[in-house]
Write a protein that binds this ligand. Structure first.
Ligand code: NAP
Length: 278
């Protein structure tokens, strides 16, 4: 069994991003990431800080733009438009969720698609779904980065995805389809989840249900990518019962130390995307 180590994949991208940045710094064009936080959602604030720290660790400036919870749609839109026009800023990351009185998708769509490093604008979604180059949400991108790093082929494989959200399940399905996999998407109304998962060459679990995918659902030798992040008895666990799945899988990601370790790095990778190859 191969342990698909997200930290190794993240280290690979960290090095690549740092090299790209070193090259652009010499050209005096260092890109910056703008992180927009609206309101006082604690996880958003923590994620923004951790993103800023990770960015700094690769030599990238990431500034947090904070708006109060009472901010109007016009206030937030005006901020985004000023960031769109700022040539120094290569990427804009809008922390979700926004306060309930704001129309999230309408605000997301104000982000210029070329700076939409988390791939959430309708424009980038359309590009992904029509097979054109696009920014893709960072978690699905992290899944693909892990599969690629470990040379796990997708063409002709049956990929079973558990979860159909717009940020994880659907985009990862499309990415796998674009790589010529045969894709099945499961959700809470799937009639016989174990029977479907058992057919998979590659399982991608993104349901947010601890222990949903058991060892008996895994076909011997299958690859298992666990996107889930759940808190159980003070511990972070995935959607896959790791020990029993690892006993039958050919390759598996741990939680923590799997997909989550790579996700932040994908945003940074997208920020430096335009800046030449290292
Ligand atoms: P979400 O919006 O809550 O979507 C969950 C999906 O799972 C839904 O499509 C739901 O089906 C399906 N589902 C729930 N219970 C199920 C069951 N018993 N059987 C089959 N399908 C079931 O969640 P999300 O934002 O996609 O996130 C999914 C998980 O990934 C969460 O644990 C989240 O914390 C984690 N996550 C991790 C990262 C990372 O970097 N590692 C990033 C983002 C999210 P319905 O559509 O029918 O309701």
């Amino acid at each position: 069994m191969i342990l698909l180590d997200g930290k190794k994949v993240a280290a690979f991208y960290r090095e690549r991003i740092a090299q790209k940045l070193a090259a652009v710094t010499q050209r005096d064009q260092c890109p910056e990431l703008a992180i927009v936080v609206v309101g006082d959602d604690k996880p958003s604030a923590m994620y923004a800080k951790s993103m800023q720290k990770t960015a700094a660790s690769v030599g990238l400036t990431a500034a947090i733009y904070q708006k109060g919870g009472e901010a109007s749609e016009e206030d937030v839109t005006a901020l985004i438009e000023s960031l769109n026009q700022n040539r120094q800023i290569a990427g804009i990351l809008l922390m979700m969720p926004l306060p309930a009185h704001l129309d999230s998708q309408r605000i997301i769509n104000k982000i210029c698609p070329e700076k939409d490093v988390d791939g959430l604008t309708d424009s980038n979604v359309a590009r992904l779904f029509t097979g054109r180059p696009a920014f893709v949400p960072c978690t699905p991108q992290a899944v693909m980065a892990i599969l690629d790093y470990y040379h796990i082929e997708l063409a002709g494989k049956h990929v079973v995805i558990i979860g159909r959200s717009n940020v994880v399940g659907k985009p990862v399905a499309q990415l796998c389809l674009n790589r010529h996999a045969t894709v099945t998407i499961c959700h809470s109304r799937t009639a016989d989840l174990p029977a479907v998962v058992r057919q998979a060459d590659i399982v991608i679990a993104a349901a947010g249900r601890a222990g949903l995918i058991t060892g008996s659902m895994i076909r011997p030798g299958a690859t298992v990518i666990d996107v889930g992040i759940n808190r159980v008895d003070g511990k972070t666990v995935g959607d896959v019962a790791f020990d029993e799945a690892a006993a039958v899988a050919g390759a598996i990601t741990p939680v923590p130390g799997g997909v989550g370790s790579v996700t932040t790095m994908m945003v940074l990778e997208n920020v430096v995307h335009h800046f030449g190859n290292a």
